[in-house]
Write a protein of this length. Structure first.
Length: 383
């Protein structure tokens, strides 16, 4: 749909499980920020979180339900009345639980234009409850309860096909990135490295992500140990809420790498921290479309990741995509990057940034969502 035909005054309701720092939560924030009028967007979140205030600062309204694990904490009539009062032209749900609950109550409120959001590829490592909801959604997708199933990448879309989602409703829209926020800065590099006493000659590896066992921290630390044995100047920085915990600290002590690991906890200046690093890493067992890869690459940092989810498509360099479980190859690739000259690493970083801008700029991604919602509103045939 071109700009002349698109209705730019659509009111969009987003339903999400929570608003703590996370990939889907950040994508929701970036999508609203990229819209022509953030006030046209309303968010209903089951739980609160730091992103609620950030989204409201953009001009969008946020309703936090403060639900508990007790299903009776949902007040159906109140929620239906809230959705009716918002009167959205379309409802965009985010993640499995929100897809299910959002669809039920949107339909009860008389809203038919509902889209789901799949931001994670189900794997053998996921909880049985998530797998059950995924199968339920796959079955429901064949009914007229949702208009589209938005998958954040090729891997989630392929997984949905294998799970027997309605293929005619599957739409691939990758996550997008704010190319103006994530930019390499020599000033930020010096500031952050000074803060954590990282010397100029030290090779700093960065892992960003709130604690989740699927991030595979044991492998991360074992890979780093292998690297440090070959490069004593290597250091590892781990940024994210919940990472400073007994399990990780015990593993660090067991590997005797305490003097080379920095754990910061959650930070609100991750865009600056990327510049301080020499390479970004993910060792995850499972991913959807991890934002941290694109953010680091926009800051002209090389990135090495396990071959899960859509990581390979974002990284776009097969040498930097490592088969899950091949810790030796992962460590060797980091060693190779550490041995690059400054000029080689700089040129590498510029190519990384160009790749993200070309394929995942947030304004381009917003247009894809806007086209989808516009088709709902004008009852165009879905393809």
């Amino acid at each position: 749909m071109n700009d002349e035909k698109r209705d730019t005054n659509l009111k969009i309701l987003h339903v999400i499980t929570g608003l703590n720092l996370g990939g889907a939560e950040m994508m929701l924030y970036k999508l609203i920020k990229a819209s022509p009028n953030p006030a046209d967007h309303v968010v209903i979140s089951f739980l609160g979180g730091i992103m609620a205030e950030r989204i409201e600062k953009l001009g969008a309204k946020v309703h936090v339900l403060n639900l508990t694990k007790n299903p009776f904490s949902i007040r159906p009539l109140k929620l239906v009345r809230l959705i009716k009062s918002i009167a959205p032209n379309a409802v965009q749900c985010w993640m499995y639980h929100a897809n299910l609950v959002g669809t039920i109550f949107a339909r009860m409120a008389g809203i038919k234009n509902v889209a789901w959001g799949i931001h994670h590829s189900i794997s053998k490592f996921d909880k049985p409850s998530i797998k059950l909801i995924n199968r339920l959604l796959a079955a429901v997708s064949h009914c007229p309860f949702c208009r589209a199933v938005v998958c954040c990448g090729t891997n989630p879309l392929t997984a949905c096909k294998k799970t027997n989602y309605c293929e005619s409703k599957l739409v691939e829209i990758p996550n997008g990135f704010d190319t103006s926020l994530f930019v390499f800065s020599e000033g930020n590099r010096k500031k952050i490295r000074d803060e954590f006493d990282v010397k100029n000659n030290e090779f700093l590896i960065l892992h960003v992500g709130r604690y989740n066992w699927l991030k595979n921290y044991d492998a991360l630390l074992e890979i780093f140990k292998k690297l440090r044995d070959k490069n004593p100047n290597a250091k590892l920085m781990m940024v994210g809420g919940g990472v400073d915990n007994p399990q990780i600290n015990d593993k660090i002590k067991k590997l005797a790498i305490e003097d080379s690991v920095i754990i910061t906890g959650a930070r609100n200046d991750v865009h600056a921290i990327y510049s301080a690093a020499d390479v970004g890493v993910l060792t995850s067992l499972s991913e959807g479309f991890p934002n941290v890869i694109g953010e680091a690459m926009l800051c002209e940092r090389p990135f090495v990741s396990t071959d899960v989810g859509d990581c390979a498509a974002i990284v776009a360099d097969k040498d930097n995509v490592i088969e899950l479980g091949d810790n030796e190859r992962f460590a060797n690739r980091l060693l190779e990057i550490s041995e690059m000259t400054k000029e080689e690493r700089t040129e590498y970083g510029k190519r990384a940034r160009a790749h993200i801008i070309e394929n995942f700029e947030i304004e381009k991604i917003y247009e894809k969502y806007a086209d989808l919602w516009g088709k709902f509103h004008h009852n165009a045939k879905m393809v």
